[in-house]
Write a protein that binds this ligand. Structure first.
Ligand code: SF4
Length: 702
């Protein structure tokens, strides 16, 4: 038996053939790349190729648990719904919250969002996607009036200049990187520029690497805007007829980054390297700027995104083949969650609470009795509200905030303060399941059915093939059972995932008529058979356009009230915390090639540990010598928030004064190595995205 499904690891969203053979009464699952999937055309990276090793984990959560005791599902559901009802009655709906994940499927997200925002009456529905792409969302909305990714993967292959900012795609989005590398090999005139404080594996294909001062990215694009005006490469017709705000954005750019030497000095790079980038930008209309967590995980992430978008708008490099500002999401379904409103500041179907008429529209569509009326709490604020006792019940689904959120000690205090912590997960033992009062065993990849949306807006099916182990149930099912137990039977009586997807599609098209970007109305009446046979397609997929939409803004119309894109005046700023005598080293965080998130899945694949077996801190040899630190010796890193112990890895990939630590290891895998212990809860004021890429630390040889 086999099914076509989608890799659960990253935002590339590769198609996977999952095969289940029988051998002496044992299941023998295996995977291969799906040659028909337009994201990967049959290729898989090393993580995707090893998926079969992670399916039959010894650490599956197999039964519901309440206070450490196994119970029947109905008992666990009754416990949860009784507590939610009591807390809402005593303290109001905002005493309840969901904390979701870019790992769950769109259908799971949809019912969680509907239950909270339409039936319980709170918008406290946030997600670990807040840590991944929230700044990109706000940047797009400020510029386009909508959360719309303009480009597609083909644009990466056919552009003449690719500027990769804050992305180590070689390790984090390997199949996209391989596609880019293959395109460059075939067409060596294609130039690649990497803007990153570290010399990463992605630099292997770079014609130019700008090793900028951490967090200084916006200044480069601010100066690029000024220089575009001075060089006479502005698209005056596009600016005049399809945008607003150009004059003030340019004036601010001229003031903030007045010349090459100022900008080069601000960013800590040579004038010569900056001049090379300027020359290539001037000469190359087919330019894509590809950006990821290095841009988004910043206290000024939104401004960085808009600094990039400004340059593309000013030169008309958008809505065309091989041109555009392209944010690459980290997680397999970070975009699917956005589509259904899975962020505390969204309502549903890319509508916000502030969208005129949106609350009324969604309330009528859902027939909702208790509509939330304003934004809920974003991730960091949500956990702070738990510590203050304002949020009393939290339902965490498929994520590990005890490792992934900044300032782990605060997250622990927050969960300890809650009256009820519900955790839905596949795994029995994570740093977060250890904090749960109620555990719901969830089905996992290879068992569950639904859809995900990748970084190029492509909706693909995840398909279940293997039976759920023990009492594991689908996340959407658990949410609906709790909803029904709370008295909302009619609105949550779905027959299956396809039923939820059809309702989600119908909501996206409800009274839309092209006013909003997200519309998949073509699927409003999808049957189960059609859902089962769904082939990958890029949204929007409105009625009458079943082939979907390859590229956005080709018609130069945006989703602002007047249809014009908006420039945003940007003042480049550096990270909130800066080096001091006490905390002299700048910490950067990121991923290693063969691990994923907090290793709850990849930690099960023995072959993946070969590339990087242990956590480490990358230190420049000059600094190591000064501090008496040897390669592979133990180093203590301290910050005002905590400490970690790591093995030193001496490397010239980091600049003197900087260190790098991977994010993956948890208390489950290596004691005292959770890097988020060191990171302050500093967030971008507009997106709420934490500055996870930056902290100030001290080092000492142990
Ligand atoms: Fe999976 Fe991403 Fe690798 Fe593709 S590139 S196989 S989606 S981890």
């Amino acid at each position: 038996m086999s099914v076509k499904t989608t890799c659960p690891y990253c935002g590339v969203g590769c198609g996977v053939n999952l095969i289940d053979a029988q051998s002496e009464n044992e299941r023998v699952p295996s995977v291969s790349g799906d040659v028909d999937h337009p994201a990967n055309f049959g290729r898989l990276c090393v993580k995707g190729s090893s998926l079969a090793q992670t399916i039959q984990s010894d650490d599956r959560l197999l039964t519901p648990m309440v206070d450490g005791q196994p119970v029947a599902w109905q008992s666990a559901i009754d416990t949860v719904s009784a507590k939610i009802a009591q807390v809402v009655k005593d303290h109001g709906p905002d005493a309840f919250a969901f904390y979701l994940s870019g790992q769950i499927l769109t259908e799971d997200y949809y019912v969680a969002n509907k239950l909270a925002k339409g039936f319980i009456g709170t918008a406290n529905v946030d997600t670990n996607s807040r840590l991944c792409m929230a700044s990109a969302v706000v940047g797009y909305k400020r510029a386009f009036g909508s959360d719309t990714v303009p480009c597609n993967y083909e644009d990466l292959e056919c552009c003449d200049l690719l500027i990769m900012v804050g992305s180590n795609a070689a390790w984090t989005h390997p199949i996209l990187y391989q596609r880019i590398a293959a395109a460059k090999k075939q067409r060596p005139s294609m130039r690649v520029v990497v803007i990153d404080p570290r010399e990463t594996a992605t630099c292997d294909i770079a014609d130019l690497h700008l090793a900028i001062k951490p967090g200084s990215d916006a200044a480069i694009f601010s100066f690029l805007l000024s220089d575009s005006a001075q060089a006479g490469i502005l698209d005056h017709d596009f600016i005049a007829n399809h945008t607003n705000g150009f004059a003030s954005a340019l004036a601010q750019a001229n003031e903030s980054t007045p010349c090459v030497s100022f900008t080069a000095n601000f960013c800590g790079i040579s004038e010569q390297s900056l001049t090379s980038l300027l020359g290539w930008w001037r000469d190359t209309p087919k330019t894509v700027t590809f950006y990821s967590q290095g841009v988004n995980q910043s206290s000024s992430g939104v401004d960085k995104c808009n600094a990039i978008i400004n340059c593309h708008l000013a030169t008309g490099r958008i809505g065309k083949q091989g041109a555009g500002p392209f944010s690459i999401t980290g997680q397999p379904n970070a975009m699917g969650g956005r589509e259904v409103g899975g962020l505390a500041n969204q309502l549903a179907a890319h509508m916000d609470f502030a969208t005129p008429g949106a609350q009324d529209l969604v309330q009528r569509f859902w027939q909702a009795p208790n509509m939330a009326t304003e934004n809920g709490l974003k991730a960091v604020d949500l956990f702070q509200a738990m510590e203050k006792g304002k949020v009393k019940v939290v339902w965490i689904m498929s994520t590990n905030p005890m490792v992934s959120l900044p300032d782990t000690a605060q997250v622990r205090r927050a969960l300890e303060k809650c009256e009820l912590v519900i955790v839905s997960d596949c795994k029995a033992h994570t740093d977060t399941t250890a904090m749960a009062d109620v555990l719901f065993p969830a089905t996992g990849w290879s068992e569950k059915d639904g859809t995900v949306t990748n970084s190029e807006r492509r909706i693909s099916r995840q398909r279940g093939l293997l039976p759920a182990p023990g009492d594991a149930k689908h996340d959407w099912w658990a949410i609906c059972e709790v909803a029904k137990s709370l008295g909302f039977q009619a609105a949550f009586s779905y027959q299956g995932a396809h039923d939820i997807f059809a309702e989600h599609a119908a909501l996206s098209a409800f009274e839309n008529e092209g006013k909003r970007d997200f519309d998949i109305g073509h699927f409003s009446r999808i049957t189960k058979a059609e859902y089962d046979a769904l082939v990958p397609v890029q949204w929007p997929v409105p009625e009458g356009r079943p082939q979907g939409t390859k590229r956005m803004f080709e018609d130069k119309r945006f989703f602002t009230p007047d249809g014009r894109a908006r420039f945003v005046a940007i003042v480049p700023s550096l990270p909130k915390t800066q080096a001091s005598q006490e905390w002299p080293f700048t910490l950067n965080t990121g991923r290693v090639r063969d691990q994923w998130h907090t290793m709850t899945r990849t930690g099960d694949a023995a072959s993946l540990a070969k590339h990087t077996a242990q956590p480490y801190v990358e230190i420049h040899p000059k600094e190591a010598k000064r501090l008496g630190i040897q390669d592979k010796s133990l180093v203590r890193l301290t910050s005002p928030y905590g400490e970690v112990l790591l093995k030193a890895k001496l490397s010239r990939a980091v600049a003197p004064g900087n260190v790098f630590v991977p994010i993956h290891w948890t208390q489950q895998f290596a004691n005292a190595s959770v890097v988020s212990n060191l990171i302050p809860q500093v967030v971008d004021p507009l997106s709420g995205q934490p500055e996870l890429k930056h902290a100030q630390v001290q080092l000492e040889a142990v």
